[in-house]
Design a protein around this ligand. Structure first.
Ligand code: KIV
Length: 273
């Protein structure tokens, strides 16, 4: 910790991420929606912090990512950004702030950048959002794409099952990946698609791909922090590796605290004035 505080820290940029991809060094990305968790991620030297709209599920308890607002995303993003010295911080544009209206998309992206201090934005979709991407990029805002399972379209898909398993959908996804690269996205999230397709996409474009449920051949990986730490419990897809079972530990600690309060064990003499 003290080493982190005194270290001369070099900030990650899109150039760093591109170099890592070119040299075959995998990129590690995790979500954070607040100052405390972003501090821990940055101390551990995570490469990219995603202020994901999964905050709608994890922080607010909504069933989908659709309800979260631009103001709420800016609140989460600015809380995370205040913690970060090293990581590249990407913020999800929430549902309804960029689709079908590139002028609104630019205004939403500018608000995120200005009010949160983030480094880049992420948005979901392929050819249907390239006009928005062009306009956002024209303001000098780096854009990360997101293909495959795009949770903001859950009502169209009807299911969170693996995407692009048919030849037709796989070909469309590859075409969209090339299009997003052509239009200037600096990176691309590939969510819940067959590993062979993710490999093909990664080998067909020159920008870093970041996979979630997309196998091991992508340029990097992303997980939702609360899922990989075992804070959330119901969500258990095959691709999720849990590194801790924090929900059990936290509930145990809370039960211990309640016991100590009830038995007048807390506070003791050294814990009072
Ligand atoms: O919102 C999010 O957390 C995401 C990741 C799952 C990629 O978009």
């Amino acid at each position: 910790m003290s080493q982190y505080l005194s270290e001369n820290i070099t900030k990650i940029t899109t150039n760093t991420l591109q170099r890592m991809r070119n040299e075959g060094e995998r990129i590690a990305m995790l979500t954070a929606y607040d100052y405390s968790i972003a501090t821990l991620l940055d101390m551990a030297k995570i490469d990219v912090i995603l202020v994901g709209d999964s905050a709608a599920n994890v922080m607010a308890g909504y069933k989908t990512t659709l309800p979260i607002t631009l103001d709420e995303m800016i609140y989460h993003a600015s809380s995370g950004v205040r913690a970060v010295k090293r990581a590249w911080v990407v913020v999800d544009m929430p549902f309804g702030t960029y689709q079908g209206n590139s002028k609104m998309a630019l205004n939403s992206a500018i608000r995120i950048m200005k009010e949160s201090g983030a480094d880049a934005i992420k948005l979901e979709g392929g050819e249907e959002v390239v006009e928005s991407i062009d306009r956002i990029l024209s303001a000098g805002i780096p854009v990360m794409g997101h293909l495959g399972l795009t949770p903001q379209s859950i009502n169209k898909f009807g299911t969170y099952a693996v995407r692009a398993t048919s030849e037709e959908e796989a070909a469309k996804l590859l075409e969209n990946a090339k299009l997003l690269e052509e239009h200037g996205c600096f990176s691309l999230v590939l969510e819940k698609i067959p590993a062979t397709l993710a490999k093909k996409v990664t080998e067909s474009i020159h920008i870093p791909t970041i996979g979630i449920g997309a196998g091991g051949a992508t340029s990097g990986q992303v997980l939702v922090f609360h899922d990989m730490m075992g804070i959330t419990q119901q969500f258990s897809p095959r691709f999720l590796r849990r590194y801790l079972n924090l929900s059990e530990e936290i509930v145990g600690a809370i039960e211990h605290y309640i016991e100590d309060v009830k038995s007048c064990e807390f506070p003791n003499e050294s814990e009072q004035y």
